[in-house]
Design a protein. Structure first.
Lengths: 150, 61
């Protein structure tokens, strides 16, 4: 079991190093820093929600039993929310859709930067919650695999 | 051990999503300008695709 956990940790560290090597880029002249920040958040939030929901979806009964708060958060992200008169999206995607539409309005000078910052705050809150719940899944693994007394 | 075996599909299923997330963080860090209209459309299509993605479907369905 310890060997397995060490291997998992080594793999996670390797993935992070492989993925994050490359550094940060500077903004091109004329690029709006707020818009770029919003777009960076859009991409990271979408992939984080995808990761959280795919982990839960791979074994929903397991997570419902062993980490109900995590599964409950996933269901919260999945709940359909109307985005206009005739369409709805899962809540996580609806947050991102709303942020995207607000960004486009801002770029067209139809909405203020305050509206964009507010929409960004909603997504960042959901993103940090997702990261917290994702972190909680890691203690759940040894807790369930070492439950047998030695 | 049975719990670990039960969890294996979760761990395996998470790997591609984890890699995608790491790549997206890397891509975001290297973004130097605003999205092109093509990227904007691609992103909106990805959001719309969540309506039919099994991972995004509620338990009640």
């Amino acid at each position: 079991m310890k060997t397995y956990l060490r291997l998992s940790l080594a793999l996670a560290v390797l993935l992070v190093f492989a993925g994050c090597s490359g550094g940060c880029a500077t903004l091109q002249p004329g690029a709006n820093a707020l818009v770029v920040r919003v777009e960076q958040t859009q991409v990271i939030a979408k992939s984080t929600f995808d990761l959280v929901l795919n982990v839960d979806n791979s074994n929903r009964p397991f997570w419902t039993t062993n980490l109900p708060a995590f599964h409950g958060f996933c269901e919260y992200l999945r709940a359909p929310v109307p985005i206009d008169a005739s369409n709805s999206l899962p809540r996580g995607a609806a947050w991102l859709w709303s942020l995207d539409q607000t960004k486009l309005s801002y770029k067209s000078s139809l909405s203020s930067s305050n509206a964009l910052v507010s929409a960004l705050a909603v997504v960042e809150t959901g993103l940090s919650q997702a990261q917290l719940y994702l972190a909680q899944t890691q203690p759940a693994i040894p807790a369930t695999t070492t439950s047998t007394p030695k | 051990m049975p719990a670990l075996i039960a969890l294996l599909p979760s761990l395996l299923a998470a790997l591609p999503s984890l890699w995608t997330m790491i790549q997206s963080i890397r891509g975001a860090a290297q973004q130097s300008g605003e999205w092109t209209p093509e990227l904007e459309t691609q992103y909106q299509n990805a959001l719309m695709a969540t309506k039919t993605d099994p991972a995004w479907q509620s338990d009640r369905k």
